[in-house]
Each structure stands twice: as C-alpha cells, then as structure tokens.
Design a protein around this ligand. Structure first.
Ligand SMILES: [Zn+2]
Length: 353
C-alpha cells in the first residue's frame, strides 16, 4: 500500500503551562529522551543560572555547562566541552541565544535537544534553525528540531517584558511571510506547502487577534504555542519560508548594516512586517497590524528603535541582498531609493503617529 500520509518531525513532548518546570525531571526521564539520566545542561548566566538551584535536585545525573553568549564560537566551545561525556541528551536552559547555542552544539555532537526557554523573544524555541553571530555578522544554521519543549509560563512572567514582547513581532510577521510565499507562487510558481503555511499563519493570526497582553496568562499561552507551532511549520516546509519573508529581510538588513545598534529580532520583524504589508497594497491589514504592535509597545516606526527614516530606507533597499533567492514583495517591486522614500512617507501617513 502506498504511504498516503507524511511524518512531521516534531517534538515528542510539548509542555507549555505555569509550573511546567517542576515536572522537567519527569519529562527528561522519558525513555525516548534519556534512559540513563546522563544529561548535559547548557545554561545561561542570567535566568538559567537562577533556575539551576531549583532544577538541579531533580536532575542528579546532569552536568552543567555555563554558556557565555550566542556566537558560533560559543556553540563550538560548548560542543567541545560536552563531547565524550556519554550524555543521552542536551538541555538548553535560558534565553534565545542559549537555546540557539545548545541546538547547534547538540547537532554537532549528535544528541537530541530539550529546549527550556526562559523568554519568548523569537520563534527559534522549537525551529530547525540556529541563529548565531559569526565573523560575517550573523548566520542561520540548519539543525534538527528539539525533541522536547518545556515552557514554564511562570518563568516567562519573570523575564524582562521586552524579551517577551519581541516574540509578538516575530509571530505576527508570519502573516506577511506567508503572503510573500503566496506571491512567489503566483509569480514564479514556487511550491507552497499548505500545511506549513496554515500553521504559521494561524499562529500569527492568533497572536494578532488576542485581546490580552504579556501580563495575562492566556495571552502568554497563545504566544508560546504560536511560536512553537511556527518552529514546527519550518520543519514541515524544510526551510524558514513560512516565517520569514520581506519582514525578515528588513530585520537582517538592520543586523548587517548596523550591527552595534540592531534592536531585538522580533521588534525589527514586526516593523518590517507592517511595512511589507503596506508595500503589498494591504493597507488596512498594515494599519491593523501596526495598531496591535503599538498596543504591545512594539515599534512601528524606525525612530522608535533608534534609526532615522533615511537609515530605514537604506535597510529596505539592502534587504533583498540578505536572502538571495528568496522572492518577496521587495524583490517583486524592485523599488528605487526614491520610491522607497515615497512609500515610507505614505506608510507613516497611513498608520498615523
Ligand atoms: Zn524570526
């Protein structure tokens, strides 16, 4: 009989709720994750280190590896330190940078990763991509999806609000990314994976439409689930397409052109998404998106993250070069500097100040 379904690479455990950390020991004791109890825990110096005391008693077979930052060198160093330890799995405990480092290191030593994020800064919590700073600025590296994701919403509540709000921008940008994907289909015949597109779009819409904020339990639940589903959508499609279009090209341009001044990933992607929606002529959606981002105190104008309008125009102009081969509204319109300036002025007028 032919195989008429497909298998989706996805975590065997997704546990998102207040107090989830208290059961981390049980999750890790799952035969599919760790049968010997020998675990390598990569931990950040901030939130991760604070949680170590609480978690350590439930993980007697764990070795702890403090991770300094989110560079490729940090990740390679971590892999080197864990090598030869005969671990069953790697646990990444900390913010986005630590999870990315742990993902890359786990892939390098051939071990599964359990992601235990302490904030919701972006959709990398459960994605098959590790974003790390390297000599050329910043790179994206393909890695396996985490085998388990544990998000304790009580811990998320303790995170700096900015690192939680940032995830809102990243989730909402899915709507623009999927619109770019559909545009590439219409114009170039690029294949759209309908399941991946549906998962990413629904995650973005749920976050966009939820009336709450980062102080509400139900909002954090939807945001965390949305970010996890976005990561799985990327696994389904086999690339970052469902969650990365013109919005992300603009964010990458900020990172590359102004490495010392770049804002949080999700802040830049949210702004990029609102502008990209405007560029594609979806003015109502752009105004709507900008209104939601504003309600969450996220930037919708470059000045709100310390960039001048001229620098924003430069970033938009440079953006297509950050992802050669990816067709978005920016490649489609192929705008001149003056056209970007004019459209930016129209965007500012449309969203109001
Ligand atoms: Zn992103």
């Amino acid at each position: 009989m032919p195989v008429l379904t497909r298998l989706i690479p996805s975590p065997v455990v997704v546990d998102i709720r207040p107090g989830a950390l208290d059961d981390l020991g049980c999750v890790l004791a799952d035969e599919r994750i760790s049968h010997s109890g020998k675990l390598a825990v990569a931990v950040s110096s901030g939130s991760g280190a604070r949680l170590r005391e609480r978690i350590a008693p439930s993980l007697p077979g764990a070795d702890w590896f403090p991770v300094g930052g989110g560079t490729l060198d940090d990740a390679v160093r971590l892999a080197g330190a864990m090598k030869g330890g005969h671990y069953d799995a790697v646990v990444g405990l900390g913010g986005g940078k630590i999870i990315d480092c742990a993902k890359f290191a786990a892939a390098r030593v051939g071990l599964p990763l359990v992601a235990v994020p302490t904030n919701l800064a972006h959709d990398g919590l459960c994605s098959p991509v590790a974003t790390l700073d390297n000599d050329a600025g910043r790179g994206s590296y393909g890695v396996p999806n985490p085998i388990a994701v544990v998000i304790d919403l009580d811990v998320i509540r303790q995170a700096p609000a900015r690192f939680v709000r940032s995830g809102i921008g990243d989730a909402v940008s899915n709507i623009s990314a999927v619109a770019d994907w559909e545009l590439a289909h219409r114009v170039n015949g690029e294949r759209v994976d309908g399941l991946a597109a549906a998962m990413a779009r629904q995650a973005g819409e749920a976050v966009l439409r939820h009336p709450g904020g980062v102080g509400d339990h139900s909002y954090l639940q939807v945001l965390a689930e949305g970010l996890v589903l976005t990561g799985i959508a990327m696994s389904v499609s086999g690339d970052s397409r469902p969650a990365s279009g013109a919005c992300h090209e603009i964010s990458h341009a900020f990172d590359l052109l102004f490495p010392q001044r770049a804002a949080a990933h999700g802040e830049q992607c949210g702004l990029g998404a609102a502008f990209a929606m405007f560029l594609r002529g979806a003015h109502e959606e752009a105004v709507d998106m900008a209104g939601v981002l504003r309600r969450h105190a996220l930037p919708v104008l470059p000045e709100e993250i310390g960039f001048t309008p001229e620098e924003f125009v430069r970033a938009v102009e440079f953006a297509p070069q950050t992802r050669p081969g990816r067709y978005t509204i920016l490649e489609h319109l192929d705008l001149t500097t003056d056209q970007i300036k004019d459209l930016y002025a129209d965007y500012v007028k449309a969203i109001g100040s």
